[in-house]
Design a protein around this ligand. Structure first.
Ligand SMILES: [Zn+2]
Ligand SMILES: [Zn+2]
Length: 334
């Protein structure tokens, strides 16, 4: 097995764990088609593993994955964590039970991010506060409480000012100006149903206040993620994660929850705090799984050709040639 990514040349992390490949920390496999890939952490591309002993390796990976925790899943793709390894199971419809812990890691990451802003600011403010208090003879407890709240407000303000980057700039249909969205503008956005997209969001133009543009697909996902992160931080709704996770499960997964919320075409800031947290989780999950599905499709196309099922197009041929040369070059040590 090669040690560097065939696409970006970055060193492939990890020791391959149960695969016995000796390389890789995130492994994707398809038991039905007999595919096994090492996913590059640097560029996210999927590196197909050599055909020899692939089936035994897949079996070993599948066995380890069965003992792991399912972090997220769609009908086609499941992301599973087993110890230090991530397994991406692809290629057949699954029925998996998803529980509240699925969101645990995302929430922990967010709490860490908040602490990076809030704690240093509080410490700095308390330092000044103690000095001022001693000078004025005031109450220390009051200063501490106030400093914490002020730091929190700074953090929420930072989240609100985060810009929303769209694949193409949106132009307001009412005033004709380019809409420059920031997270805090999304409170007045409305989630709607659209026959052609799994996510559709009507946004209000910050310039003229009209509902000036419709975002769909990846743009809607990016805007929603920014907006919901801000709204949820502001409402101090993080503690409701458990309830929200159960909400997502009860409704049959991220897709379903989004569809159900969109049916009412609500303005985001009018949603119940629990629903808002559930929606944020669902949008996050959908985005991650769509990305995995997309990568899988690319990887599967290459794999089908590499394993001799189809004939290659010129671009694919070039990628394959690189894969093969790299495989050969790395063989002595692999
Ligand atoms: Zn790479
Ligand atoms: Zn406008």
């Amino acid at each position: 097995m090669y040690r560097a990514c065939a696409f970006c040349n970055a060193h492939l992390e990890g020791d391959g764990g149960p695969s016995g490949l000796g390389v890789g920390r995130r492994l994707a496999y398809d038991e039905w088609r007999g595919r096994l890939w090492v996913i590059c952490r640097a560029c996210g591309r999927w590196n197909l593993t050599p055909l020899d002993d692939r089936l035994e390796r897949i079996e070993a990976v599948a066995r380890a994955a069965r003992e792991g925790r399912v972090l997220a899943a769609t009908a086609q793709v499941a992301l599973i964590r087993g110890g230090p390894y991530d397994f991406v199971r692809v290629g057949r419809p699954l029925r998996v039970e998803l529980a509240g812990w699925r969101y645990g890691e995302r929430l922990k990451a967010r709490a860490r991010e908040r602490a990076r802003v809030v704690v240093p600011l509080t410490v700095a403010a308390v330092g000044v506060g103690i000095w001022a208090n001693v000078a004025l003879g005031g109450s220390f407890g009051f200063v501490l409480w106030n400093a914490g709240r002020a730091a929190d407000a700074v953090y929420v303000g930072l989240l609100g000012r985060r810009p929303v980057t769209l694949t193409e700039p949106a132009v307001c249909s009412a005033c004709g100006r380019v809409i420059r969205l920031r997270a805090r503008h999304l409170g007045r956005g409305r989630l709607i149903t659209d026959a052609h997209a799994d996510l559709a969001l009507v946004v209000r133009c910050p310039g003229c206040a009209a509902e000036g543009a419709l975002l769909t697909g990846a743009d809607a996902a990016q805007a929603l993620r920014r907006g919901l992160t801000y709204l949820n931080a502001r409402r101090r709704a993080r503690r409701r994660a458990e309830v929200a996770a159960r909400d997502v499960d009860r409704l049959g997964g991220a897709d379903r929850l989004i569809q159900m919320v969109a049916r009412g075409e609500p303005m985001l800031r009018t949603l119940h705090p629990d629903r808002l947290v559930a929606l944020e989780m669902a949008v996050d999950e959908l985005a991650e799984m769509r990305e995995l599905e997309r990568q899988w499709q690319d990887a599967e196309e290459l794999a089908a050709i590499a394993d001799g099922a189809l004939s290659p197009t010129p671009e694919v041929d070039e990628q394959l040639r690189r894969l093969r040369t790299q495989g050969k070059a790395a063989q002595p040590d692999g």
